[in-house]
Design a protein. Structure first.
Length: 338
């Protein structure tokens, strides 16, 4: 068993031989490795030694969450353990493919068909997450991997459960490294921005922001060049415009569904990820000719709509008025990532 200082290609962790380092995060390193007897390739996440005392509880919770969720849309956990120096690690499914954030950045606005496909897959991932007893709390495009399977099928994988929380227990939502609210401002629900207890409908709201970003190119609450306080005010107070104002190919049914997921009050949203998935699948079967609707998890087809670059700067004019003056009233926010 290796120590953290000796983790180079060829080193062994349990029955796995390290091949290369494939990721570096603020709190962990990720390695590609191969089982020495069976030959299958995995990813091994090893917590940074200096972070063990601070966030091992989070690391352990993420591992338990992933192990408890049974879905093709969530990475599989194969094993856990500790190195000789006590550093914890987890052996996981090796994912190959770009993140949804990279996909949007590279292609611009996605077609309605692709958005419905990926949206239904995301809802299925959160359906399984909630059924296993967890609220994710950080659903956003950079935490979604478009995994290419060996047969060419593309499957969306929901990753980074580092700030997930048990859904059945009343939580203190401000439990982070420095006591601030967790999540990513432009993708968090109003109740999360306010630091209130959360249930699965908070993740449903986040799905709505991702659907919006796939179709329009940016989150409805993205405010480039402003503070997280201003974004929090947009999340909690500002209405979301109809997507049909910018895309005529978005059907009234899809537009209404996305706006419903983005309701400020949880009771106004779809009641569950299951309900949202079923609604998205209903639009797939009823609103798009059969020959144009690709089944979920199939090979990616070229989008039929004109490609547009994702919005990278500039605040919508309708959102500017009054936000800066009220910023002092917003809650403090913190993005937490492995």
């Amino acid at each position: 068993m290796s120590s953290h200082a000796s983790l180079e290609p060829g080193a062994r962790i349990g029955k796995y031989v390290l091949r290369e380092r494939i990721g570096n995060g603020a709190t962990a390193h990720v390695y590609e490795a191969q089982h020495e007897a069976l030959g299958h390739v995995v990813a091994i996440k090893v917590l940074r030694r200096v972070m063990v005392a601070k966030i091992q509880g989070r690391f352990d919770r993420e591992t338990r969450a992933l192990a408890s969720i049974h879905s093709r849309h969530v990475p599989q956990v194969h094993d856990v353990g500790t190195l000789e120096d006590g550093t914890p690690y987890v052996v996981m499914e090796r994912l190959r493919g770009e993140t949804l954030a990279e996909h949007i950045q590279g292609r611009g606005r996605l077609s309605v068909e692709e958005t419905l496909d990926l949206g239904a897959q995301l809802a299925a991932a959160l359906e399984a997450t909630h059924e296993a007893g967890w609220v994710h709390r950080d659903v956003k495009p950079c935490n979604l991997v478009l995994h290419e399977e060996s047969d060419g099928r593309r499957v969306l994988k929901l990753c980074d459960f580092g700030v997930c929380t048990p859904r059945e227990r009343e939580q203190n939502p401000r439990l982070t490294l420095d006591g601030q609210t967790v999540g990513t401002p432009e993708h968090m629900s109003p109740e999360q921005a306010r630091g209130l207890p959360l249930d699965p409908r908070s993740d449903v709201f986040a799905i709505g922001t991702v659907l919006h970003e796939m179709l329009i190119g940016y989150s409805p609450f993205e405010r480039p060049g402003t503070s997280p306080h201003v974004v929090a005010l947009a999340v909690t107070r500002e209405p979301v415009r109809s997507l049909r104002d910018e895309r005529s190919d978005v059907s009234p049914a899809l537009d209404a569904l996305i706006l419903k997921t983005l309701e400020k009050e949880p009771d106004g949203r779809p009641s569950s990820a299951t309900a949202l998935r079923q609604a998205l699948e209903g639009i797939v079967t009823e609103g798009i000719p059969e020959e144009r609707a690709a089944p979920r998890g199939t090979r990616r087809e070229d989008a039929g709509a004109p490609r547009r670059r994702a919005r990278t700067s500039g605040t919508p004019g309708w959102a500017r008025t009054g936000l800066a003056a009220a910023a002092a009233a917003a809650v403090a926010l913190l993005t937490f990532a492995w």
